[in-house]
Ligand binder design. Structure first.
Ligand code: ASP
Length: 582
């Protein structure tokens, strides 16, 4: 038996017990006549003591050879510590060791295995197995497990069934590139790894499975943006005989449950907002509603004077920054520089200080009087002591820029409290989105999303105005889930493919299986998928997903530990009928 107890378990009530522990050497303190060793495993740390007077000399000698990260087994007696450590759960006791067994030695690790390590990101990724021994990573993985268990239990209780769908499939068009896998047995042909189980879960509905979920890996060969992973995990769900309302209710329930169970917080308000409203009020389809600073559109109250910049703009829009009237000229200039960075791209910023005495001081006093400015304050909801920041230009661009400024200011003002949770639904997304590069419409969600029936007549005349039965679940400014009611009849699906620029032959070749299935009694259905990595990170109070993934890839999509992707040898290539032309 390697151990009778874990390293996080023993307390004063265990004093005088004979125990066996196994674990890693965290630290050795050799005082000559007395050696202390901190022994660590997943459950905690227990202090061992080797004492010349009470421990046999060969055991003491062996203890002197121990180094960091050696794996050892000890037998000994639980005794009361002389100097207790109230900061650790096992801090009242220590183990007076009688037997020491070195199970494996260790090189000195390339970084310290401590909460605050001296190892940089690269080295920690290369030796991820050592990184996982550190509390922050270990705790994150354990937390991930907890969340997964709660999700599984909740959905199982609600009659959902977890079904596995294949990883070797044909591409699902979700907007990203597929990872492809050559087939040895089918010369010149390729599988694709799923971007999501989308078509399979719909086929499960045709198969009568009714309520499906799966915690599942998805693969997207995208250019990697910060904090994206080429393989990631979804909680993928689908239901038959449901309308949008049913889905929103079930998954609102799941979200409330998780936040209550994990964070102890009762969510009182779970608002719904249309996509249009989100864009108009927050400039963003995933608004962070933990704080205000809502957009005030100022066209009406700002385009009646000689200020050409505003008069020429499609949209003049501002936000009120709480307490911002006290910013110095220098601070405001810095803010202006910030919005002019290429990443944000505004040309400039107009501001109004709302003084405590009720007067206003603006950067455009030449053009506007106090009465004008008071209307701006009213429209943006600015109070005495606030600063109004105003951007102008082309509608969607300005909205994006002001949204970036809003988030930045909220961050600086400490309004983005990671322990506060503010979920909402964004509904009524546009069905189609114009793509500048290919000069045609793409499905904003995916091609299986149902248009709102009342908007179908607009498909030909104003395709950009057609709304979808599609929804996103947003939490603290992050899209954590998205889904839709699906098309479930062959005709509408064909109409949709047509509008997306597929010829009937292309549609048949790629999605014939789905259109066929729709001819055999496909029930009305819809679903949603949550980004599980992100959900876990947010519930864990963090912004980055990497520490919640055991073996993540770096920003270039590489696994630096196993060194993948990598070349394969000629023989293997030949078997796969692949000729490289490098
Ligand atoms: N398959 C979709 C996605 O991955 C989610 C859904 O529509 O259920 O975004």
């Amino acid at each position: 038996m390697y151990r009778s107890h874990s390293c996080g378990e023993l307390r004063t009530s265990d004093i005088n017990k004979e125990v066996t522990l196994s674990g890693w050497v965290q630290k050795v303190r050799d005082k000559g006549f007395m050696i202390w060793v901190d022994l660590r495993d997943r459950y905690g740390i227990t202090q061992l003591i080797f004492d010349e007077e009470r421990t046999s000399s060969d055991v003491v000698e062996k203890a002197k050879t121990l180094g960091r990260e050696f794996v050892i087994q000890v037998k000994g007696t639980v005794i009361e510590r002389e100097s207790k450590n109230p900061n650790m759960p096992t801090g009242d006791i220590e183990i007076l060791v009688s037997e020491l067994n070195i199970l494996n030695e260790s090189h000195t690790p390339p970084f310290t295995i401590e909460d605050e390590t001296d190892g940089g990101e690269d080295i920690r990724m290369k030796y991820r197995y050592l990184d996982i021994r550190r509390n922050p990573v270990k705790d994150s993985l354990m937390f991930r497990h907890q969340v997964a268990m709660k999700v599984r239990n909740y959905l199982s209780e609600a009659d959902f069934i977890e079904v596995e769908t294949p990883y070797l499939i044909k591409s699902t068009p979700e907007g990203a590139r597929d990872f492809v896998v050559p087939s040895r047995m089918n010369e010149g042909q390729f599988y694709a790894l799923p971007q999501s189980p989308q078509t399979f879960k719909q086929l499960l509905m045709v198969g009568g499975m009714d309520k499906y979920f799966q915690i599942v890996k998805c693969f997207r060969d995208e250019d990697l943006r910060a904090d994206r992973q080429p393989e990631f995990t979804q909680i993928d769900c689908e239901m038959a005989f449901v309308e949008q309302e049913d889905i929103l209710n079930i998954f609102e329930g799941l979200t409330r449950h998780l936040i209550k169970d994990i964070k102890g917080q009762e969510i009182s308000d779970f608002p719904r907002m249309t996509y249009d409203e989100a864009m108009r009020t927050y400039g963003n389809d995933k608004p962070d509603i933990r704080f205000g600073m809502k957009f005030g559109e100022l066209n009406e109250v700002a385009q009646h004077k000689e200020f050409k910049v505003f008069n020429d703009a499609e949209l003049v829009v501002g936000i009120a920054v709480p307490g911002g009237a006290s910013y110095t000229r220098k601070e405001i200039d810095k803010l202006i520089d910030w919005v002019r960075r290429p990443q944000v791209g505004a040309l400039g910023m107009v501001y109004v200080k709302c003084n405590e005495d009720g007067s206003f001081k603006s950067s455009v006093d030449k053009f506007y009087d106090q009465e004008d400015l008071s209307k701006w304050a009213e429209t943006t909801g600015a109070k005495a002591g606030d600063l109004i920041c105003i951007l102008s230009g082309q509608g969607n661009k300005v909205r994006g820029q002001l949204s970036a400024l809003r988030m930045e200011l909220a961050e600086r003002l400490g309004l983005r409290n990671p322990e506060e949770f503010a979920p909402l639904w964004v509904v009524d997304f546009p069905l189609l989105e114009w793509d500048e590069d290919t000069e045609r419409y793409h499905a904003m969600h995916h091609p299986f999303t149902s248009p709102k029936p009342e908007d179908i007549p607009l498909l030909d005349s104003k395709p950009g105005d057609v709304r979808a039965n599609a929804y996103d679940l947003v939490l603290n400014g992050n899209e954590i889930g998205g889904g839709s009611i699906r098309i479930h009849d062959k005709e509408t699906q064909a109409l949709m493919f047509d509008h997306l620029g597929f010829t009937p032959e292309e549609a048949k070749e790629q999605f014939g299986f789905l259109m066929d299935a729709f001819q055999y009694g496909a029930p009305p259905h819809g679903g949603i998928a949550f980004g599980f990595d992100r959900l876990v990170a947010i519930l864990g109070g963090q912004e980055t997903i990497r520490d919640f993934i055991a073996f993540p890839k770096n920003n270039n999509g590489r696994d630096v530990m196993i060194d993948a992707p990598a070349n394969i040898d000629q023989g293997q290539l030949k078997e796969l009928h692949i000729q490289l032309d490098l």
